[in-house]
Design a binder for this molecule. Structure first.
Ligand code: IFM
Length: 464
């Protein structure tokens, strides 16, 4: 490998084929702002971010990166990075403000303009239909634990598909249903902030059902399209080689990864997890025919990877069951290197995950739809950030993708998360994931060193 020199840093060069797609990613609520414009109604994040203490600093998405008003300049910025594709999400409450009923043409028109702007810039649009901004009206009707929300999602998907499918070829239904279900309905750290584990199980099932229903309807509408879903995935290894820790790792892997991928790819929830839940008096609310819908074939699995984890079946006091009588599943962070999120830096686990996906779910093309890191950036007087830490993170993780490809994993693209610093959910604006710095007072965008390195890496790989 030849070294790629960037200021202050020497990084390994990795090679990908010309067909490999390079991109940057964002999501609607994290960047758009304009929450009350052109007929948009509140989402669960507009509501949740107003709950005292829910979001660091009381931050919210009212303005965010003001992308709604600065879209053409942001597309020019994307083009300047030399990427092939841009992954954005559509805000359901812009398109169908209360989650059911007629389309809001003014809201949908924004994504129509964005699509045209991207295509004119030579950047392929990659649409995610749902990145967590559920219309508040649907949450008021029960949210994702309510089965009807899956059917509402499929209707909404068709409103967007009918408008954009003549120009958009790649369609992701859901981004990270684990976060929607678990953080939203079990732990309550994300919108809508409910703390009801059984509601979370129902949300898992109805999110997957919504994915299947939407995929079926979009495919039936005809045309040449690529459909998929994006999952956030890590690795779950036992903290020590004991039966207790192996059991904890199995449970963590089951609840984090297999309860999504098994029904999607194999048409069944994993039996060990079904048994675990039954022992606790819980179950997924499966009805006849649901798993056939959920396992509708799709063409690409989006992989969002940030870090790997170890798990222990013993708490800090030596207990193996918690106060509810359930087995302990305690996260133990591997290694010592951390991002500003206190997430471990584990590129070798990324390779491990990708090779495992290739082994356990064969025949499913993978695209890295998110990978990146928050660090405590310091901008100079021009707004430039010499982010050696983020640049290294990206370099190590892109090298990890290359290593997985060498071991046979069918990985067809890589999106850096994120194009811009943005609203990092419960962490507000304090955590910066962007490869482009955003000065929130002026909305000036300045590419960081990592953005320049990413641009140059793409160029070098194309020219080989
Ligand atoms: O910012 C989020 C994104 O919305 C979903 N995936 C993880 C990112 C970092 O936390």
């Amino acid at each position: 490998m030849n070294p790629v020199a960037v200021p202050g840093l020497v990084l390994p060069e990795v090679t990908f084929p010309p067909s490999f797609k390079w991109g940057v990613a964002t999501s609607s609520y994290q960047i758009e702002g304009a929450v009350a414009e052109d007929g948009r109604a509140p989402s669960i994040w507009d509501t949740f971010s107003r709950v005292p203490g829910a979001v660091v600093g009381g931050d919210h998405g009212d303005v965010a990166c003001d992308h709604y008003h600065r879209m053409p300049q942001d597309v020019a910025l994307i083009k300047s990075l030399g990427v092939d594709t841009y992954r954005f999400s559509v805000a359901w409450p812009r398109v169908q403000p209360h989650g059911q009923g007629p389309v809001n043409p003014a809201g949908l028109a924004f994504y129509d303009r964005l699509t045209d702007e991207l295509l004119a810039a030579g950047v392929d649009p990659w649409v995610t239909l749902y990145h967590w901004d559920l219309p508040q009206g649907l949450e008021d009707a029960g949210g994702w634990p309510n089965r009807d929300t899956a059917y509402r999602f499929a209707d909404y998907a068709m409103l967007v598909f009918n408008k954009l499918s003549d120009r958009v070829t790649t369609w992701t239904t859901l981004n990270e249903p684990w976060c929607s279900a678990w953080l939203g309905y079990a732990t309550g750290v994300h919108a809508p902030g409910r703390k009801d584990p059984d509601a979370a199980l129902a949300a898992v099932h109805h999110l997957l059902l919504g994915h299947g229903l939407a995929t079926q309807r979009m495919r039936e509408a005809g045309g040449e399209h690529t459909f998929g879903i994006t999952l956030n995935m890590g690795t779950a290894d036992p903290a020590t080689d004991t039966e207790t820790d192996r059991g904890a790792a199995r449970r963590a892997d089951g609840m984090g990864l297999r309860i999504y991928l098994d029904p999607l790819c194999k048409g069944a929830y994993p039996q060990d997890i079904v048994d675990d839940l039954a022992a606790q008096g819980s179950a997924f609310p499966v009805r006849d025919g649901d798993l056939e819908i959920i396992s509708t074939p799709f063409e690409v699995l989006g992989v969002n990877f940030y870090f790997g984890q170890d798990f222990s079946g013993t708490d800090e006091h030596g207990n193996t069951v918690d106060t509810a009588g359930h087995p302990v599943v305690r996260e133990v962070k591997p290694g010592t290197a951390r991002t500003a999120m206190d997430w471990p830096i584990t590129p070798e686990r990324f390779t491990q995950l990708l090779v495992r996906l290739h082994r356990d779910y064969p025949g499913l093309p993978l695209v890295i739809t998110e990978n990146g890191a928050a660090f405590d950036d310091t901008a100079d007087e021009t707004g430039f950030v010499a982010d050696d830490d983020r640049t290294s993170y990206l370099a190590e993780h892109i090298a990890a993708v290359a290593a997985a490809r060498e071991q046979g994993a069918d990985i067809r693209g890589y999106f850096a998360w994120s194009l811009l610093d943005n609203f990092e959910w419960a962490e507000g604006y304090a955590k910066r994931f962007g490869i482009v710095h955003v000065d929130y007072a002026t909305q000036v965008r300045t590419p960081k060193q990592s953005a320049l390195w990413f641009r140059d890496t793409i160029t070098r790989n194309r020219s080989r």
